[in-house]
Design a protein around this ligand. Structure first.
Ligand SMILES: [Zn+2]
Length: 71
């Protein structure tokens, strides 16, 4: 058997998380918020904060509609 104690502990911890759920804590990073499990290290995709929305998000409410006509 070649599995180290860390690997066994990791598998055991993930099994516990699968049964009782992750023990998540709010994690603050620069321009990002996420939830991270203190037991197994699972991390959500999180939310980007403090940055302007991308152009694709603002296209829903355009301030000016540009049209081009090839004459
Ligand atoms: Zn977990």
């Amino acid at each position: 058997m070649t599995a180290s104690l860390d690997t066994v502990r990791d598998i055991l911890q993930r099994s516990i998380c699968a049964v009782v759920g992750h023990q998540t804590l709010l994690q603050f990073e620069h321009h990002r918020l996420s939830l991270r499990c203190v037991a197994c290290g699972h991390e959500t995709t999180g939310w980007t904060i403090g940055e302007p929305p991308s152009r694709s998000a603002t296209s829903a409410s355009p301030s000016r509609i540009e049209t081009s006509h090839a004459a």
